[in-house]
Design a protein around this ligand. Structure first.
Ligand code: NDP
Length: 288
């Protein structure tokens, strides 16, 4: 039987509605959640992502503050902006759009963000909290993946999950979140020997490699749940890291590209901004 679709667009719309209601409730208490988005340079994909994020904020009532810096900005100038945003009470979440131009060290920049405003959950302190099973902002794409699985009632505990890719923004944190939900997790990467033998054992297969149609039907266990994170721009359009046509015939559930994980990433950015604004409100109340 063909796979059922995990409809990220639909689920993201539900999340956005819930965020909108949460934002309205917070505004009644005098707090307007604010997200600062910092873009360095003119990478076309980054410009599109930043515009999508600003639009998504406006649609749910989150204030967005955009900063566009030239590609040759010095690290010190960028760090000065980040530090200023750390102290801006209107800003509850700070996002520096990655990738940064070569001369800028992303770790130094991310580490300069106040961990309580780290809306992407990339700060090493928050990564440490998360891997220790403590509360921290969860990176948006992994958080969206878990939400999508939950929304479709897909059991995670006790399942064998395989994550292909070990980047700091997708592979590693999604593995952490799956582990925290009691899956048995294996992470594959470019040095993994016989990847197909590993992926064929997965009840839940999450693929974040950045290679078009990397996962083919013969690499998927029948009835597996397959989450395709990949976004590859080819002349024929956007394609994922999973061979959709083939895997659709084998899997029980599958995310499309586009319309799968992507919309949830942005929806979770809104959720994280709202959660950080609520946290700031609690901290302010404690100061009184
Ligand atoms: P990275 O390039 O940072 O990481 C890719 C990972 O894939 C690395 O861990 C790498 O291994 C692994 N890899 C590369 N080639 C192979 C191979 N032949 N066999 C096994 N593993 C391999 O990518 P990201 O995690 O940032 O992104 C992955 C994809 O997801 C991209 O297409 C990106 O556009 C997309 N993406 C989508 C998002 C969304 O919202 N839908 C959000 C973020 C990303 P190694 O570590 O050994 O080099």
């Amino acid at each position: 039987m063909a796979a059922a679709i995990l409809d990220g667009k639909l689920v993201a719309a539900e999340v956005r509605e819930a965020v909108k209601a949460g934002v309205e409730r917070l505004k009644e208490k005098g707090v307007v959640p604010g997200l600062a988005v910092v873009l360095v340079g003119h990478d076309p994909a980054s410009q599109i992502y930043v515009r999508q994020k600003e639009k998504a904020c406006a649609a749910v009532g989150i204030a967005s503050f955009s900063y566009s810096l030239p590609a040759d900005v010095s690290e010190e100038e960028l760090l000065t902006l980040v530090r200023r945003l750390n102290f801006d009470p209107k800003v509850h979440g700070i996002l520096v759009q990655l990738p940064l131009p070569e001369h800028l060290d992303p770790l130094r920049v991310i580490t300069a963000i106040d961990p309580t405003k780290d809306v992407d959950g990339f700060h090493p302190l928050n990564i440490g909290y998360l891997s220790s099973g403590l509360e921290a902002p969860e990176p948006c794409t992994p958080k969206g993946i878990i939400h999508l699985l939950d929304r479709y009632g897909i059991e995670i505990a006790g399942k064998r999950a395989v994550v292909v890719g070990r980047s700091g923004i997708v592979g590693r944190p999604v593995a952490q979140l799956l582990l925290a939900r009691d899956a048995t997790v294996t992470v594959c990467h470019s040095k993994t020997v016989d990847i197909a033998a590993v992926t064929r054992m997965a009840d839940i297969l999450v693929v974040a490699v950045g290679r078009p149609r990397f996962i083919t039907a013969d690499m998927v266990k029948p009835e597996a749940v397959v989450v395709d994170v990949g976004i590859n721009r080819l002349p024929e359009g956007l394609v994922g890291d999973v061979d959709y046509e083939g895997v659709h015939e084998v899997a029980s559930y599958l995310t499309p590209v586009p319309g799968g994980v992507g919309p949830l990433t942005i929806a979770m950015l809104l959720v994280n901004t709202l959660e950080l604004a609520r946290g700031a409100q609690v901290k302010d109340a404690q100061k009184c």
